[in-house]
Design a protein around this ligand. Structure first.
Ligand SMILES: *Cc1c(COP(=O)(O)O)cnc(C)c1O
Length: 408
């Protein structure tokens, strides 16, 4: 097919040409005396992305899922209780993994389209006076439903209950695109991967661990081998890895970290908020459709899940977009299969690029019989982006910038 494929699944995301070029390297000896320089470039950069001075970052040749496993197997023992909420396919899968490992998961099922139920967490933690709960799991950005949760509030719930449980956060689709604060939020394990906000291909599992979490290693009895953090720590100390690292991805990661520093994390967060607000304008004001996220407080700035009307299969919209317009949209997963399609807007993205997803989704919806007005999504996004500017280098939230623009 002529022209390019437009990729808007919320991971893998678009890899910038700069990163692509940085990964075109000859293989080298990963035991050479020069190799540690690479590791020593990456680790401080990752700490800045996690916003931590105290945490220790880890890089595994795996996808994000591998780091879910690393987080639990290095800290917990069979039969331990963990608290987790389920509100989408990814929060569900982490729970399923915990159960496969023989953990006792206290599951709080909430509506898909909402997020971490902080009030319920607080209540459960207050009543757990025996401190049976060893870890609290929270999915920062549920990619399946386009829902973001307040991780700082989960930390406050733990502190208010004076509960010592570890705080584990899935930051796979939020790191480097939605404000994430490892130290401020007292996170103990933050799990991420390379193929979302970090703009790399899939293949790196990225983890950040607190000292409190690392101190659990000796007494944690869950089986672990490949994902043993102590082996990784021992090798990383001298700048090496315990096994062959994914060399091109590491060079790509150096470039990604450079790009992130050039733009600035706060500017990146503001850009994601601003781009997402344009997509939401297209969905709600333009098309008159609903997001899966039930309230504005749950709106994700990295992915929007658009509910299709009753009687239409969301999978048909996705197939039509792909087969006819070479546009890749995200599918509805599990409970949401057929009910929605998703537009990923994270990583290397700008207004006009994102317009292609809005225009293409609009065409595919019309082809599938959804009665949106042709051009209405594009018009609404255009109106939003033309009237709301993100001044680069201005350390203001988009909300403040919008107020400024309105006042001007
Ligand atoms: C993508 C994603 C995962 C899974 O990551 P893989 O790299 O595919 O293993 C986990 N959690 C969330 C929230 C995700 O978006």
């Amino acid at each position: 097919m002529a022209g390019r494929n437009f990729l808007f699944v919320p991971g893998p995301t678009n890899v910038p040409d700069r990163i692509m070029r940085a990964m075109m390297v000859s293989m080298e000896d990963h035991r050479s005396p020069d190799f540690p320089l690479l590791t020593r470039t990456i680790m401080p950069g990752l700490k800045r992305v996690f916003r931590t001075e105290r945490g220790t970052p880890f890089v595994f040749p795996s996808s994000g899922t591998g780091c879910w496993e690393a987080a639990i197997t290095n800290t917990l023992s069979p039969g331990d209780t963990v608290l987790a909420a389920r509100f989408g396919q990814f929060s569900h899968l982490w729970i399923a993994m915990c159960e496969k490992h023989g953990l006792n998961v206290q599951i709080v099922d909430v509506d898909w389209g909402t997020g971490v139920p902080v009030e319920q967490y607080a209540e459960i933690l207050r009543h757990d006076t025996q401190h049976k709960i060893k870890a609290v799991l929270a999915c920062h950005n549920e990619t399946a439903t386009g829902v973001s949760s307040d991780i700082g509030a989960v930390r406050r719930a733990l502190d208010d209950a004076k509960h010592p449980a570890l705080l584990f956060v899935d930051a796979v689709s939020s790191l480097a695109s939605i404000d994430f604060r490892f130290d401020d939020w007292g996170v103990d394990m933050a799990v991420s991967g390379s193929q979302k906000g970090l703009m790399l291909p899939a293949g790196l599992g990225i983890l950040c661990a607190s000292q409190k979490a690392l101190d659990m290693h000796a007494e944690a009895k869950l089986a672990r081998s490949y994902f043993d953090l102590q082996d990784m720590l021992n090798a990383n100390k001298t700048g090496y890895f315990p096994y062959t690292p994914a060399l091109p991805l590491l060079y790509g990661l150096v470039e990604a970290l450079t790009m992130i520093e050039e733009e600035g994390l706060d500017n990146i967060f503001a850009r994601h908020e601003y781009l997402a607000a344009g997509v939401r304008a297209a969905v709600q004001d333009g098309w008159g459709m609903k997001l899966c996220a039930k309230e504005p407080k749950w709106h994700s700035n990295t992915v929007s899940a658009v509910m299709v009307p009753e009687g239409v299969n969301g999978a048909d919209v996705i197939s039509r977009a792909y087969n006819r317009y070479n546009l890749s949209l995200g599918a509805g997963l599990s409970k949401m299969a057929g009910k929605l399609f998703r537009i990923g807007h994270l990583g290397d993205m700008n207004e006009v690029h994102l317009m292609s997803a809005i225009a293409g989704a609009e065409m595919a919806m019309l082809d599938c019989g959804i009665k949106v007005r042709a051009g209405s999504g594009v018009a609404a996004a255009s109106e939003f982006w033309r009237t709301h500017r993100v001044p680069v280098g201005l350390d203001a939230s988009v909300a403040e910038q919008i107020a400024l623009a309105k006042a001007a």
